[in-house]
Design a protein. Structure first.
Lengths: 177, 345
């Protein structure tokens, strides 16, 4: 019973905070709400018996990535989005772009509905395996990461490395000349 | 009272006791800092309130409580209030995953032993790391929301510093985790019980001397203590991120800092100094006294370093963190991994 209440509390915080993220004029508030949403998500992971994933979520997303976001917003001195910028002439206000956005939103809703109708099947599949401890253990995650998914894992790391080298190159070029 | 109720009551008492000790630790550290500083500068330090100035922290707290609370006109109302709360909450919450004593039945009071510590989490190392990394938001938000250039610079510095030193910090943690083969702080401590050759305690300090040094340096930087106290470098930034704060809101920042120091020292004790294991006292179920002694020694070192070493320059801090400390931590990790693989520990 208390677990159900906790689930709805955490899920509610996650959904409301995520919705509020896009409704803020001040990017600083958006970041704080996103952190709240990540925190609630990590609570949900703990409820799913995956403490390692929960902590990784907090460390990587809420901890590291959002601090960088905050850093960038602070360096740009958090420009307030004012209404004047969003007049008719703004390129994002052209009707073609609006239609494309509506199409994407519609697709997302279809996807969500499709996923939600299948939830029961998926839940059954995971429940049938029935070893939550095996899923959650750090050892199991590590083993799978370096055997079954090693290619994806290494490819991702190279991708991130490329992005880092690119960033350093851009920064260095500007600095040296 | 039946066993279940008794157990619940005792666990509540342990949580309350931990909270009480943490609050007192922050008050005591304020006094200890000023006393040790006085000693090192050949003067008495606070001496007037109570015997030998022992009640000075109480006087400090009362003074801060009764001061007027100010908020700059152009400060961001919500974030300005939220910042100190985040700081102090993260500081307290991080300690929840730190075990500070062995299992005990309280002299036969309970039939199954209870673990000393707020929560026994099987990923305790990660929990402490995750929650302490949340603490940086308090400082960054305080800096930004004050709408003052000194505060903003302090906040920026602290976020850059914490990101840089978190890497080295996490990498050294990984070395210890590999040796112990567990993410649970309690299991790490238990892996360090007993002696080599009958007299050298099996502490990871002796297997990981480099790791311990890196941990302590990164810990000092993470808690924004001298010689890495750039976020509040008073000669350049007035008081850094807390320039615009006053009264209780101001008091929460140093309190969070002192509690973070305590957590860092407690985790260092659990990871490297064998936690509550030690000769003699353990036999009477007083292992936690050893824990307190070890934490006390590390805290003293913290203060000692602050009043001995002058502050670095900011670029030196970044150079040191990225070019020396982090590579050293990575090499330490690789050597440890090879060691673990080769000797099959």
């Amino acid at each position: 019973m208390s677990e159900t209440i906790l689930f709805y509390l955490l899920a509610g915080v996650a959904v409301v905070a995520s919705a509020l993220v896009i409704g803020q004029r001040n990017p600083m508030y958006s970041i704080m709400l996103l952190i709240a949403s990540f925190g609630a998500l990590s609570g949900l992971y703990i409820q799913l018996d995956a403490p390692f994933v929960a902590m990784a979520q907090v460390i990587v997303y809420a901890g590291a990535i959002m601090v960088l976001f905050l850093f960038v917003v602070m360096l740009l001195n958090a420009p307030q989005e004012d209404g004047a910028e969003w007049d008719r002439a703004h390129p994002l206000r052209r009707p073609g772009i609006g239609r494309f956005g509506a199409l994407l939103a519609g697709l997302l809703i279809v996807q969500l509905v499709w996923a939600l109708t299948r939830v029961n099947d998926v839940g059954g599949a995971i429940g049938a395996r029935g070893d939550a401890a095996a899923i959650s253990s750090v050892r199991a995650v590590g083993r799978v990461l370096f055997t079954d998914y090693v290619f994806a894992f290494e490819a991702t790391s190279i991708l991130i490395l490329v992005a880092m080298v690119g960033a350093v190159l851009l920064a260095a070029r500007e600095g040296s000349r | 009272m039946d066993q279940a109720t008794l157990r619940f009551a005792i666990q509540l008492a342990i949580i309350g006791f931990t909270f009480f000790m943490l609050i007192n630790a922050s008050a005591l550290l304020v006094l200890a800092e000023r006393k040790i500083m006085g000693f090192m500068q050949q003067r008495y330090g606070p001496y007037l309130v109570g015997p030998h100035g022992l009640l000075q922290p109480l006087a400090d707290i009362l003074k801060l409580l009764f001061k007027e609370e100010l908020r700059p006109k152009d400060a961001d109302r919500w974030l300005f209030t939220l910042a100190p709360i985040i700081s102090v909450t993260a500081a307290f919450a991080a300690f929840a995953a730190v075990p500070w004593g062995a299992e005990t039945t309280f002299f036969g009071l309970l039939d199954t032993p209870v673990k000393l510590g707020v929560a026994d989490v099987n990923v305790a190392v990660l929990v402490v790391f995750a929650i302490t990394s949340m603490g940086v938001y308090g400082i960054v938000l305080a800096g930004w929301s004050s709408n003052s250039k000194y505060s903003l610079l302090g906040g920026l510095r602290s976020s850059a510093q914490m990101i840089s030193y978190e890497l080295a910090y996490a990498t050294t943690l990984a070395s210890v985790i590999m040796l112990a083969g567990s993410l649970s702080l309690r299991e790490v401590v238990d892996a360090q019980s007993g002696y080599w050759l009958g007299f050298i305690p099996r502490w990871y300090l002796f297997l990981q001397p480099v790791g311990f040094i890196i941990y302590v340096i990164a810990g000092v930087a993470e808690t924004n203590r001298a010689p890495f106290d750039f976020p509040e470098a008073e000669q350049e930034l007035v008081a850094g991120y807390n320039t615009e704060y006053s009264s209780v809101r101001f008091a929460l920042f140093p309190q969070a800092e002192y509690i973070n120091m305590t957590t860092m020292s407690a985790v260092a004790t659990d990871l490297y100094l064998g936690g509550w294991h030690g000769p003699l006292l353990e036999r009477f179920g007083l292992g936690w006294v050893w824990f307190l002694i070890k934490v006390g020694i590390i805290l003293f070192t913290y203060i000692w370093v602050r009043w001995t070493v002058p502050r670095y320059r900011y670029d030196q801090l970044m150079q040191f963190g990225w070019k020396w400390l982090f590579p050293a931590a990575v090499i330490n990790l690789i050597v440890t991994a090879a060691f673990v693989l080769y000797f099959n520990v």
